[in-house]
Design a protein around this ligand. Structure first.
Ligand code: FAD
Length: 468
């Protein structure tokens, strides 16, 4: 790949304007990191404000063959937005308009730089609901969510980003502008290119417009905290709840280490013998919520759950907010334990959560590590955090062993390596554990079709040997 030289910088500035690109070292540092804690400096950052400008930039990149890395808020957990081979970062802070909210047809059209939480608030004002709710919603972008197929607690009932995006505008490596999908709920004309781009981590094209479905805002919500003195019962309860025809819109789990980290934020300190908690929400019409609450209460008062579980209903909105603050604080609070971590977002079938959690406890014990588990239990998506002090060589090695053994166990349990964080650079070496060589070869052919020179986010997703 070519370096971004003075001639190229001049061409980029002609497209976006002098003030909308930068090569100043202090600016480049601001676009060099993401949630992994790793840093790689780009050679230039450009701030396009239209698909036409993105297309112009891609034509330059194609002609001169240098890397182009799309960047939302840089909150990704797997290195997706890191410019590991230098080149140009495309930042979308100017391409950040909500273009349309069509209330009658319950769809919206947004640019990629829109902050997810801002979009959710905007549609809420019109009585509409955009359910994908990553814990990073206050700062991550719709473009980053589309490129990673972000999910969150609401996925258990409503699904993830791919279930809500129905169309895209994408600038290809060549500079061509492609539109995919429809503005309609249904549409089966041609291949489903929309789904191909969702979760493609900026390796197939640059998303410049997103069409989303919306749904009516649920009328009522109730929040419950279930505390269990038995880890195995808490994890078995997850599948039991869903099998009792209870449809929570949130079913989050935290183990005792996670509880310990955020116990001060909970409305009431947990009893010392609590081994796990489930944060559960029900939404819908008042009648539906009442009926489901009754069913939940009945389940928890039957054996074996009546022995070890207690349930508390949030009495006020501020109590509900406290519970959520505690849940959302787990990830940042983990750094109280160690300065670094390996953070994985594996998924297993719900009924296999007890096996996964038992396995991680055993793994921690055997390898002398602190490993905590929490996350979106309702859809089997468990965040496994392996806490590390990277300066301790031995601990780092043990951490890597733990990660590989975790991945192998997840595949044995018929699970998948990532539910929402994607592959990026941190998981690419492990891809062959899940995908066979035919699948990887077909994916590589698709990549080559869309990006023959390998300029879009090089070095991401594909394992060594198949990487650009
Ligand atoms: C505290 C914290 C909590 C989190 N919780 C969750 C969670 O609950 N659920 C979840 O799913 N994730 C979570 N994440 C991870 C992260 O927020 C998501 O992956 C999010 O979707 C990334 O959005 P971003 O705007 O920061 O994208 P970035 O990190 O900037 O980029 C992510 C990927 O998208 C690509 N990309 C960005 N914009 C475009 C575009 N316009 N066109 C093409 N490709 C593009 C980038 O190249 C990169 O590969 C969390 C992260 C943090 C730090």
């Amino acid at each position: 790949m070519k370096r971004v030289d003075k001639d190229i910088i001049k061409k980029i500035a002609e497209i976006v304007g002098e003030g909308n690109c930068t090569t100043r070292l202090e600016d480049l540092h601001c676009y060099s990191y993401d949630g992994t804690g790793k840093t790689f400096l780009p050679e230039i950052v450009a701030f396009p404000d239209s698909a036409a400008q993105v297309a112009g930039l891609m034509r330059i990149a194609s002609a001169h063959v240098f890397p182009v890395v799309a960047r939302g808020a840089g909150s990704g957990m797997t290195g997706g937005s890191l410019p590991i081979q230098g080149g140009m970062v495309l930042a979308f802070s100017r391409l950040n308009r909500i273009l349309e909210i069509d209330r009658d047809n319950q769809i919206a059209i947004v640019e990629p730089g829109v902050i997810t939480g801002d979009f959710q608030q905007a549609v809420k004002k019109l009585g509409l609901f955009y359910p994908p709710d990553p814990a990073s919603q206050a700062f991550c972008t719709m473009g980053g969510n589309a490129a990673e197929c972000a999910g969150g607690p609401a996925a258990v009932k409503y699904g993830v980003t791919k279930d809500f995006i129905i169309g895209l505008e994408v600038v290809l490596a060549s500079g061509e502008i492609l539109t995919t999908g429809t503005r309609t709920e249904k549409g089966v004309v041609g291949y489903d290119l929309t789904r191909l781009f969702i979760g493609s981590e900026g390796t197939l094209g640059i998303i410049t417009k997103i069409i989303t479905r919306l749904i009516p805002l649920p009328e009522h919500k109730e929040t419950f905290l279930i505390s269990s003195r038995s880890l195995s019962q808490a994890t078995t309860l997850v599948a039991a709840i869903l099998n009792h025809n209870i449809r929570p819109c949130t079913l989050e789990y935290m183990d005792r280490t996670a509880i310990g980290l955020v116990s001060k934020l909970l409305p009431e300190p947990p009893a010392p013998d609590i081994q796990a908690m489930l944060l559960l929400e029900l939404d819908g019409s008042k009648g539906e919520v009442l009926e489901q609450s009754g069913r939940l209460g009945a389940l928890l008062s039957t054996p074996p759950y009546d022995l070890h579980c207690t349930i508390r209903q949030a009495a006020t909105e501020s109590e509900r907010q406290e519970l959520w603050r505690a849940r959302r604080s787990i990830s940042p609070a983990t750094f109280q334990l160690s300065p670094h971590k390996i953070s994985e977002d594996v998924v297993v079938p719900r009924s296999k959560i007890p096996e996964l959690v038992t396995f991680t406890e055993k793994l921690a014990h055997e390898l002398g590590l602190t490993i905590l588990t929490f996350g979106h239990a309702g859809d089997g998506n468990i965040h496994v955090n392996i806490m590390l002090d990277r300066d301790q060589e031995e601990q780092r090695r043990q951490g890597e062993i733990a990660r590989e053994r975790l991945f192998r166990q997840v595949i044995n349990l018929t699970g998948t390596l990532s539910g929402e964080h994607g592959i990026g650079i941190t998981k690419s070496a492990f891809l062959p554990l899940e995908l066979d060589s035919t699948t990887l070869t077909v994916m590589k052919r698709l990549k080559t079709l869309f990006d023959p020179q390998g300029i879009l986010n090089p070095g991401k997703i594909f394992p060594p040997g198949l990487a650009d």
